[in-house]
Ligand binder design. Structure first.
Ligand code: HEM
Length: 472
């Protein structure tokens, strides 16, 4: 049965990555006094971009950490309905180990988001068609945040969207097709809406856990009622979790390694050999063309091609290595128990992410150090089964897919080993050793991106309740 989403109640980031809004700036802030939350939400509410209404000029979104929601005055019994990962935050010692945020990715060296650091209560995401519009809207936001007593502002400037991540590869090609969203294409295997929007059925046919409040907690009937039939007020409905991670990329180190590893094989300094090895690490050529479709050389005509599987065309990874970034992050039809079938795709469908990241780096006004990387953003209804699973069990797993000592060649942590990259080939596979760590985590937090009704509900809460230690 076709599903209808409440598009006017869902923040628009779920439906769109705003490729036409080439300029973006993200602001992490702390809720100051009791007036901050209600005032900020009252000002923002009429401005929030929804999935139903989109402007080609600007877009704005707001999300909160668990600590932030408590600071708005969300009672503990309501907060308890959020997932444990969200409530605990991204930077607890256990979670850091699980996510591979250890060694040089450890929270002790983060620019923001580490326990004990500046407050991370909320996040405003601002997008605009050009620099002038962005600067104008951002200045207004800063003025408002200041007036409302927000504190600890961290402004994350992004690079104008160029469709290339800093290593030089086309990014933002493959996204899940979500049931009920405008981009769903007939005939394409879509993922259940409940995988990305709370309050709807997920890949198991159930409604993902979310905060449900007794009706008496919502006397003004601001919240939708639980469609599951309990009659509870559904604070989660039309919301989703948002993962934000500042991932710094060692672009020079990446290309240095590729250069050294290809010297003397196909001829030293051969640009074609360099491009081919780099493509093997990613699973796509720099143009974006997938290796399973263009195994020998780049074919820009296939730059945005996303219509492929692995099991039937490339079971051994001769074209796209088994450990390549995209083959780990989305194994498509290669998963057990029945690789190559729709059953395999169904299992894979339980671990999808909507990615909304933007690059940062020189030119984006990030201060004198001018580091480069991605503000990785993904959306998912279940942090543990989606984001954390992909990060831990697929990307950072040295034994992924029968491999031995290979973490994700692009993003993997090499703190405890994992610096091998295996490229299956005939007659013998090629092993690249001692891959340095090319990506380190420099900040991050888990947020909740509420539906519009939930924002209205949050706007009328009484203000901060005494809080525990900051973990968000
Ligand atoms: C700095 C870090 C990263 C870089 C440079 C990077 C780069 C890329 C590139 C170039 C692609 C191919 C283009 C596309 O399909 O859109 C891609 C795809 C993807 N990446 Fe990453 N990525 C990074 C981190 C991550 C992380 C941390 C995750 C998840 C936890 C992730 C998940 C994915 C997924 C799901 C895809 C789509 C795969 C597919 O559907 O075929 N990436 N990434």
């Amino acid at each position: 049965m076709a599903i209808t989403l409440d598009l006017d109640d869902i923040q628009g980031l779920v439906a769109r990555g705003y490729s036409g809004l080439t300029h973006a700036r993200f602001t992490v802030f702390g809720v100051g006094g009791p007036a901050t939350g209600p005032a900020l939400l009252a000002w923002l509410l009429p401005r929030i971009t929804t999935a139903g209404k989109f402007s080609s000029d600007t877009a704005i979104h707001i999300a909160f950490t668990a600590v932030g929601l408590r600071r708005l005055g969300l009672p503990e019994r309501a907060a308890a309905g959020f997932s444990l990962e969200f409530l605990g935050g991204m930077a607890t010692p256990n979670r850091s180990r699980f996510l591979g945020d250890t060694g040089k990715s450890g929270p002790d060296s983060w620019a923001w988001g580490a326990p004990g650091g500046p407050a991370v209560d909320g996040l405003v995401l601002l997008y605009a068609r050009n620099a002038d519009l962005l600067n104008e809207r951002h200045a207004e936001l800063m003025r408002r945040l200041d007036e409302m007593g927000a504190r600890d502002l961290t402004v994350l400037n992004t690079l104008e969207r160029l469709d290339r991540e800093p290593f030089g590869f086309r990014d933002g090609i493959s996204q899940p097709v979500v049931e009920g969203l405008p981009k769903a294409v007939r005939g394409q295997q879509s993922v259940a809406a409940g995988e990305f929007v709370l309050g709807y059925r997920n890949g198991y046919g159930q409604r993902t856990d979310r905060p449900l409040l007794p009706r008496s907690d919502d006397p003004g009937r601001l919240l939708p009622r639980d469609r599951g039939g309990s009659g509870a007020a559904d604070l989660g409905r039309n919301g989703t979790y948002l993962v934000l991670r500042q991932l710094e990329q060692d672009v020079e180190g990446f290309w240095r390694y590729i250069g050294e590893a290809t010297e003397g094989s196909d001829g030293s300094g051969d640009p074609a050999a360099r491009a081919a090895l780099a493509a093997k690490l990613v699973g796509r050529w720099q143009s974006g063309a997938p290796l399973v479709k263009a195994p020998e050389r780049d074919d820009p005509a296939l730059a945005t091609n996303n219509d492929f599987g692995y099991h039937h065309t490339d079971p051994l990874g001769l074209a796209c290595p088994l450990g390549a970034h995209i083959r780990r992050a989305n194994p498509r039809d290669s998963l057990d128990p029945q690789p190559g079938t729709s059953a395999s795709l169904d299992v894979n469908g339980l671990h999808r992410l909507i990615r909304r990241g933007r690059s940062y780096g020189p030119g984006a006004g990030n201060g004198p150090r001018q580091a480069t990387g991605i503000y990785f953003i993904c959306l998912a209804a279940n942090l543990s089964r989606q984001f954390e699973f992909v990060q831990h069990t697929w990307l950072n797993n040295p034994t992924f897919n029968g491999l031995y000592d290979d973490t994700d060649p692009l993003t993997g942590n090499r703190d405890g080993g994992g610096g091998t990259f295996t490229a299956p080939a005939r007659p013998v596979r090629r092993r690249y050793r001692d891959l340095p760590q090319f990506v380190r985590t420099r900040g991050g937090a888990y947020f909740f991106l509420p539906g519009i009704s939930a924002l209205r509900y949050l706007a009328q809460l009484p203000g901060p309740v005494p809080s525990g230690p900051r973990t968000g």
